[in-house]
Ligand binder design. Structure first.
Ligand code: TYD
Length: 207
């Protein structure tokens, strides 16, 4: 794999989307070529899978079905968009990737990391991120900052207990994958968090 593969992770409402916008501005200003995509989604097929997963009406969806749908959306995105770009030597940024499945389905839903690894090894082959930027903010801090929950989003409707499990899962992952995880303190001002992200990417020789 010639390119660089960077993923961004974090709990709900940590300001990930805003940080991605700031990062894009920086990359454009500095004429650094990149490709940005998101999960679940990023291709027409994966976006359709996304709407099924996030549809508030699908209350009967089993945890196993959910995990497999995320993996299916990922398999499509990887083969259609990510893999060819990495092979061409590009910088690929992905808003969420396999660590979201580890944290949300593996830890919080209780399916276990091994099960997620198993279904995803088929979906992603060996395409693991070079680095994963984890925006570290507890769900309590995040929801306070965001000012509440989106009632049309099935996953955001899950209780605080669920989001705390997701957070604990991420902390566990940051220990398990020490070499890959870059933990960014996201509790400060947006510009401070942005500066930390740029600093980390420079330090790792990505930009
Ligand atoms: P989205 O609206 O994109 O949330 P965010 O802005 O926080 O990224 O919705 C994606 C949701 O899907 C989010 O709640 C995290 C969840 N998710 C999983 O549970 N497992 C996964 O593998 C992925 C990629 C996302």
């Amino acid at each position: 794999m010639k390119g660089k593969f960077i993923t961004l992770e974090g709990c709900e409402g940590v300001g990930k989307s805003h940080q991605i916008r700031l990062l894009e501005e920086y990359l454009k200003k500095n004429q650094i070529k990149y490709y940005l995509t998101r999960e679940p989604g990023g291709t027409p097929v994966s976006e359709q899978i996304r709407s099924v997963i996030l549809d508030g009406k699908n209350v009967s969806m089993t945890d196993e079905c959910e995990a497999l749908l995320y993996a299916a959306a990922r398999a499509q995105l990887l083969k259609e968009e990510i893999k060819p770009r990495l092979e061409a030597g590009e910088l690929v940024l992905c808003d969420r990737y396999i660590d979201s499945s580890f944290a949300y389905q593996g830890y919080a839903r209780g399916l276990g990391v091994e099960f997620i690894e198993k279904i995803n090894s088929f979906a992603i082959q060996n395409f693991m991120p070079d680095y994963t930027l984890f925006l570290n903010l507890t769900p309590e801090q995040a929801f306070k900052r965001k000012g509440g929950v989106d009632k049309n989003d099935r996953l955001e409707l899950s209780g605080m207990e669920f989001h705390q499990k997701v957070y604990d899962g991420y902390i566990e992952l940051s220990r398990r994958y020490k070499e890959r995880f870059i933990v960014i303190d996201a509790s400060g001002e947006k510009q401070q968090t942005h500066a930390k992200i740029i600093g980390a990417l420079k330090e790792k020789g990505i930009i």
